[in-house]
Design a protein around this ligand. Structure first.
Ligand SMILES: [Zn+2]
Ligand SMILES: [Zn+2]
Ligand SMILES: [Zn+2]
Length: 327
């Protein structure tokens, strides 16, 4: 596998002809059975008689490899580099049916702690510019394993969507000396038309310009650029975030089963990138958040139509339905 940069959009893509054949799946869940040889990265202690609570393992068919240097080089006018990075599976629960929406608040909290630990640990590696966390649930979302899991990638570049956010956050801050995410949240709390639920220091709302119907964002109400700082702080109440995440997914599941979820945190500031120049105000102008993008089979047009997003439902209407959902 290698990384190539599109010279027009400046986004990196991962490509290669050496994709390993997926290992045939036996009936057994590789994450439940002890017989499977998993490369465990880290495990959080269990409670209530469980041997563990949340755990990170190396993806059995990892797209990114931890060894080596990215060796960025030119190919004529093009740029390419090796697919150095990390690709892990974050097991959310030891129970095979322990999904976020039916887990206890403590279980979700443990999983969030694992996420924070993995991000912090990988950011110590100055080769990596960004650590992404995402979850694909449901067949149409490209879910890979049945066991409740999210995935992590650490990459030598910042993914395009995050770059857009960083640039926009920096521009807004330069003009107004305020965080755009804090301003959005303040307006949503004031207007109460797209606000889904507030729980302690966290808020869930439908974005003003949704990419898909029922898109929901979750943000901390106090400004913070890095999720891992929130997740590892002793003074922060992560149970509120866990509960809000659980309740929001439960609401969305009354509409559709499949969804994508991404966590956007600040990039790695150990990796100083002169060309981007957002590092000086990064902690003031970026604000971590979770984006949930439900997949509605019947409305498939809304996400295959990729050049301009089309959502046949406003967030005002979507949030009204989600608020009223019986959960
Ligand atoms: Zn399992
Ligand atoms: Zn903010
Ligand atoms: Zn984002």
């Amino acid at each position: 596998m290698e990384l190539r940069k599109d010279p027009i959009t400046r986004s990196w893509v991962i490509t290669g002809d050496d994709v390993s054949e997926p290992t045939p799946r036996t009936g057994e869940c590789p994450f439940c059975s002890a017989s499977q040889s998993l490369q465990v990265v880290t495990t959080l202690a269990g409670f209530d008689g469980n041997p563990w609570s949340a755990r990170a393992v190396v993806h059995p068919e990892a797209l990114y490899r931890i060894e080596g240097e990215p060796a960025r080089r030119a190919d004529g006018l093009y740029d390419k580099m090796g697919s150095v990075g990390a690709h892990e599976i974050l097991l959310e629960n030891p129970r095979h049916d322990g999904h976020i929406w039916n887990a206890s608040d403590t279980e979700v909290e443990q999983f969030l702690r694992l996420v924070a630990q993995r991000i912090q640990d990988l950011k110590r590696d100055s080769r990596f510019k960004y650590v992404s966390i995402f979850k694909d649930y449901g067949r149409s979302a490209g879910q890979e394993f049945d066991h409740p899991n999210s995935q992590l990638t650490a990459t030598t570049f910042v993914p395009r969507r995050v770059l857009y956010e960083l640039r926009a956050g920096k521009d807004y801050f330069e003009n107004k000396e305020r965080c755009v995410f804090c301003d959005i949240l303040a307006q949503e709390e004031r207007q109460q038309v797209r606000m889904l639920e507030i729980r302690g220091d966290y808020a869930a709302f439908g974005p003003y310009a949704p990419r898909v119907p029922y898109e929901v964002w979750i943000l901390p109400r106090s400004h913070e650029s890095s999720f891992e700082r929130t997740g590892l702080s002793r003074t922060v109440n992560l149970a509120d975030l866990g509960a809000l995440l659980r309740r929001t997914l439960k609401r969305i599941r009354t509409i559709t089963e499949a969804f994508h979820l991404v966590l956007h945190t600040s990039p790695n500031s150990h990796h100083q990138s002169g060309s981007l120049g957002y590092w000086k105000t990064l902690d003031d102008d970026y604000h971590w958040h979770i984006e949930i993008l439900p997949i509605l089979e019947a409305k498939a047009k809304s996400y295959t139509f990729k050049e301009v997003y089309y959502s046949p439902l406003t967030s005002e209407t979507a949030v009204k339905r989600l608020r009223e959902a019986k959960i």
